[in-house]
Design a protein around this ligand. Sequence first.
Ligand SMILES: C[S@@+](CC[C@H](N)C(=O)[O-])C[C@H]1O[C@@H](n2cnc3c(N)ncnc32)[C@H](O)[C@@H]1O
Length: 287
Amino acid sequence: VTIISRALPAPVPTSEPADPRNNLVGLAKVMAEVDRSMPVHDLYDETGSELYDALGWQSYDTVTAVKLAVRTGGAILDLACGTGRIGLAVAQRGIEVVGVDLSTDMLDRFRARLATEPPSVAGLVELAEADMHSLDLGRRFRLAVLGATTIVLIDPAKRRAFFERVRSHLEPGGTFALDFHSLDLDAIRRCPRRTSVIEIPMHPAGAGYAVCCQEFDLATRREKVSFVVERVSVGGTLDRRIVTTTKAVLRRRDIERDLIEAGFDLLAQAPRRTPESFEWLIAEVAR
Ligand SMILES: C[S@@+](CC[C@H](N)C(=O)[O-])C[C@H]1O[C@@H](n2cnc3c(N)ncnc32)[C@H](O)[C@@H]1O
């Protein structure tokens, strides 16, 4: 168990409007100020979801979720299913999936993927546009999964209530699995701003990269992320845009406490670490 010795201030509830310009940091902020015509998108809107899909859709660990789904059997609840990375992998194993997401654009990409799958797979997936915070599907599942570290998008002040919503969608003894990324808070204190470059695979040909700018604020426990994205297609034009998002800075022990208070038993004492150094927390509805 990671022990983080220095206390953090209480989380600040997020009441910011969902304007992607609010998350401009670093180089992206400067560029957007210099060129006011530069498009700025949310990571989960029509344009941003294209970047989301291009950045490492393949490399993420779906194995843990699929293993759990095979063990529990369907239908499984894929919370914040996005463009379908986990839900599709589960359906391809012949297990029914109900995917929920707030973003029409992310769901549209999931639907487009399903359209290329055989009916025996596509027919196993049901999608709903809904806010996880107020989820009310009127049915119960043996397994709910919140993958791709999406717990960072839940307002920490509403996290326990969200976990209670999840529990109310699980059968007695049902399993809830979520993954998260342990951050090195001391390193963040030393260096709260980061810039890195990520190559974007382009299909069928071309070149693309994103400059990823991150800014952490431990007082509000928020991380703002801005990507300056540039892509050149062969024989085509240079395309430049900015895509942003914001995340909560989390500690495992706070998530674990909220899970327990919401009526879950933690199953994995030593969380399973994935190749991307995410960790899965696996909990069961308390009996
Ligand atoms: C990091 S992506 C994860 C997508 C997918 N699970 C995957 O593995 O790629 C986060 C997703 O959460 C969705 N989301 C954010 N807030 C949400 C909310 N309150 N209710 C439902 N979905 C939400 C976003 O639209 C986005 O698709």
